[in-house]
Design a protein around this ligand. Structure first.
Ligand code: LLP
Length: 428
């Protein structure tokens, strides 16, 4: 009897192997997607994004905090269609630059659901935030307070009510993650250390037109245990009572079947709410979380085509993308997995290489594939977060399209770049 098989939860929700052994995402056959839209391509199961957004909101309700908001860290997947899905699901949005603010507004987030971040916000970015009267500006350093004071005195805010702000706290908590994405330690480039908080708060309270609403802390990304989040809540609890706590993002994703599953959204939200309550956050006070990766990493896969295969010390399989569409393996030593899209469960030990002119451009150093040949479609799961976001045109590669799949229907939500796009900004 022919049967469909489900695949590991590293893949988007609802992904299956068809009876012919071909990967389907969002009801679409990945071999056909590769044929129709070309490769490399980011393929997103739209329902997966929605399900994770709903899981976060439901977990907040289940944990019993009435004023709970989920703020999508848009840096993880800054594509209008992705943002629009989350806006539509009732999330808020975290932006870390004027460009991200522009995208968030364009995607339909109203300013009263936007949180503005940055350790080096420019005058233009602060003006933009004040002009739109965003929900919260997270103030990072003393120079920013001076700058806000000057801009407010010049009338940069169009709204006459005070601009709500949070103070970014560096709580001295570090999670077990790559140093490049760890932010909670005392020697971080972000925020005020604990013994500067009183002075920062006093200074902010002295600025006409600012309303200090509370505290923010983001200690790092790809965190796989809950203890650091509890420690962060404990650190904030010592700073006094505030109407708003924003505990940042950071919940890790599962990248390979061999990686033990991280805490679930329910476990994470439950633990954070409980720790916030235990450390003084009462009902009526707002609790914000800013997940990026946990909302979108596993919602997407990348499709590639094998271009060449060679054997020396390793069995090299080279595909038509690489560090320009997924810099994470090279930048963080991230370990991901790969499969031939219509022949899972291979046994040939391969090194999956990108096509860039650097020896370091290797997507997976050791992976078992089913004897890949030129023309085969290879899929890497869990590329939804920080893949598209950090893509580049290195070696003149046009950036890949983003394809949304749902109930067997596929639609392009970001088109592939063209060679013309590569020169579009050049002034000869
Ligand atoms: N809030 C703030 C203030 C942040 O700086 C970040 C991430 C987040 C929320 C979302 O964190 P998440 O839930 O996604 O862990 N490019 C790196 C990740 C850098 C994260 C930067 N900040 C990577 O590919 O692993």
């Amino acid at each position: 009897m022919a049967t469909e098989t489900s695949v590991c939860d590293v893949f988007p929700l609802g992904s299956r192997l068809s009876e012919r052994g071909r990967l389907q995402v969002g009801g679409c056959d990945t071999i056909e997607l590769a044929r129709e839209f070309g490769t490399p391509a980011y393929v997103v199961a739209e329902d997966d994004l929605r399900a994770r957004a709903r899981a976060f909101l439901a977990a907040g309700r289940a944990a019993g905090h009435d004023e709970f908001h989920v703020v999508f860290a848009s840096k993880a997947f800054p594509c209008t269609a992705v943002l629009a899905v989350f806006a539509n699901e009732g999330l808020w949005c975290d932006v870390a630059s004027g460009g991200e603010l522009h995208l968030a507004l364009r995607a339909g987030f109203s300013p009263e659901r936007i949180v503005v971040h940055g350790n080096a916000k420019s005058e233009a970015e602060l003006r933009m935030a004040l002009r739109h009267r965003v929900a919260l500006i997270v103030v990072d350093n003393f120079d920013e307070i001076d700058r806000l004071e000057r801009l407010l005195a010049e009338g940069a805010a169009t709204d006459r009510s005070a601009q709500p702000v949070l103070v970014r706290v560096t709580p001295g908590v570090s999670g077990d993650t790559n140093a490049k994405i760890s932010t909670g330690q005392a020697d971080s480039k972000f925020g005020f250390v604990i013994d500067q908080i009183d002075r920062a708060l006093a200074r902010m309270r002295g600025v006409a037109g600012l309303e200090v609403r509370g505290l923010h802390a983001h200690i790092g990304s790809q965190l796989l245990t809950l203890e650091p989040f509890r420690a962060t809540a404990a650190a904030l609890g010592k700073l006094g009572a505030f109407p708003v706590w924003d505990l940042g993002g950071g919940l890790g994703a599962r990248y390979t079947e061999r990686q033990p599953p991280p805490p679930t959204i329910e476990e994470y939200v439950g633990a954070v709410v409980q720790a916030a309550h235990a450390n003084g956050l009462g009902s009526g006070q707002q609790l914000l979380l800013e997940p990026g990766r946990a909302l979108c990493a596993n919602a997407a896969v990348t499709l590639y085509t094998v271009e060449s295969v060679r054997r020396n010390v390793s069995h090299w399989v080279a595909v038509d993308g690489g560090m320009s569409d997924n810099i994470r393996p090279m930048l963080y030593g991230a370990v991901i997995e790969a499969h031939v899209a219509d022949r899972f469960h291979g046994s040939t030990l391969c090194a999956l290489a990108g096509k860039h002119c650097e020896s370091g451009d290797v997507l997976v150093r050791e992976v078992l594939l089913d004897d890949p040949r030129p023309g085969d479609v290879v899929v890497t799961p869990a590329t939804g977060a920080y893949g598209y976001a950090m893509a580049s045109n290195y070696n003149g590669l046009p950036r890949p399209p983003v394809i949304f799949c749902r109930d067997g229907e596929a639609r392009v939500v970001a088109r592939r770049e063209s060679f013309e796009d590569l020169a579009a900004r050049d002034v000869p």
